[in-house]
Design a protein around this ligand. Sequence first.
Ligand SMILES: Cc1cc2nc3c(=O)[nH]c(=O)nc-3n(C[C@H](O)[C@H](O)[C@H](O)COP(=O)(O)OP(=O)(O)OC[C@H]3O[C@@H](n4cnc5c(N)ncnc54)[C@H](O)[C@@H]3O)c2cc1C
Length: 448
Amino acid sequence: MTEPTEHTVDIYGAGLAGCEAAWQAAKRGCRVRLWEMKPEKKTPAHSYNGFAELVCSNSLRSADITSGVGLLKEELRRLGSLIMEAADATSVSAGGALAVDRTAFSDYITAKIAECENIEVLCREMTEIPAYGVTVIATGPLTSGKMADAISALVGGEQLSFFDAAAPIVDFSSIDMTKAFFASRYGKGTPDYINCPMNREEYDAFYDALISAEEAKLHDFEAGEKLTVFEGCMPVEVMARRGRDTLRYGPMKPVGIHRPDTEENYYAVVQLRRENEEGTMFNLVGFQTHLTFPEQRRVFRMIPGLENAQFLRYGVMHRNTFLNSPKLLSRDYSMRSRETLFFAGQMTGVEGYIESAASGFTAGASAASKAMGGGAVTFPDTTMIGAMAKYVSCGGAGDFQPMNANFGILSHTADRIKGGKKERYRVYAQSALEEIGRAARSLNYEIN
Ligand SMILES: Cc1cc2nc3c(=O)[nH]c(=O)nc-3n(C[C@H](O)[C@H](O)[C@H](O)COP(=O)(O)OP(=O)(O)OC[C@H]3O[C@@H](n4cnc5c(N)ncnc54)[C@H](O)[C@@H]3O)c2cc1C
């Protein structure tokens, strides 16, 4: 590999994040070298030779700005994202979602990158992290083994996870607090946990539903790794199958928990832990799961207090290489210990195609700025693109787990808004889009 010259940005991986990062850096005048191991070598999930391959669904999810990912898409569109340009050019009818023809989508992006005179594409599996220069590593959740080893050596093995075993997260405002209550076990410390209590009949009905619920399919390449995943972090439905009372000695242990006003005891209790400082999101403690999303909705809504729960993120279990970013990264996705080395995409702990592209946007724009002698590029946390970066670099209250775009992580300044959640989100979204306009103008970016 030749040494980088002035204003060079090296980007590893031409996926959703890497392509967006390359485009943004090139657009701002940098010379970009985009290193991609395809077509010579492919991850177990990639099969197409083009860039920005959608490895699973062809849906980029909701198009409505009152959904987190819908707002993120609109922000990216206004900021001049290549991924959004390609999505709009290759969309297929999909009701309220933005879905694309995956081949046309990838071809569109591959052609734009090939035509861009500031971008040089190099086919190589990258195995080392350079000691100097401005570099964005965007090799994705299935980063090849040698690169994963290099990252692990750089950050320390314990700062890199290889599996995603996440419990669902629900919107606090959708929890029925007449049934659920705040309390800590044995009254120790502050009453930070939300407790959803069950009597015996409720537990039995929930248990029967849980052990017979439908599980999501494992990808072939994950099937062989199943045991490793499950030993370290067992899905709640697998634990339940060990015996009718196993959960009552595990994540649904009722001992030491009483309703503060009545001192009532329960047969089983599900605890929810605060996911963010603001207390707008709570995760179901110990409920990492591999059930399908509709089954999670059906079964977990049987828990008293969660009958109308809005799921901000469903539980997932799949292979996923991601960093403990709150310990390592700044708001522009650069390393705190080395501000010209960036990470982008799913490996930073954002979850989803568009979220990966959004982190690529910020990392690419900031890498360009730093390569040209400028400072970090960040967006306010009242915008979805900025809120994602804040989540990744500051993290939640518990173990860091990947996160989709959602309104629970967005900061807002609006006073009380009449008219329900949809109206509230519409107001937040409008103000986020105004903020994006202001941020773009202050950075001298074009705005669409
Ligand atoms: C199996 C699976 C299914 C998923 N399904 C969905 C879904 O349906 N919807 C959704 O929103 N999200 C989904 N995701 C999550 C995520 O949105 C995608 O993985 C997304 O593609 C991540 O974007 P990325 O840019 O971080 O990585 P990728 O898009 O995977 O891009 C990484 C690129 O880096 C290359 N690469 C890897 N190692 C090296 C190396 N050492 N040197 C050079 N190049 C390298 C790869 O070939 C690839 O082109 C899924 C993830 C997985 C693993």
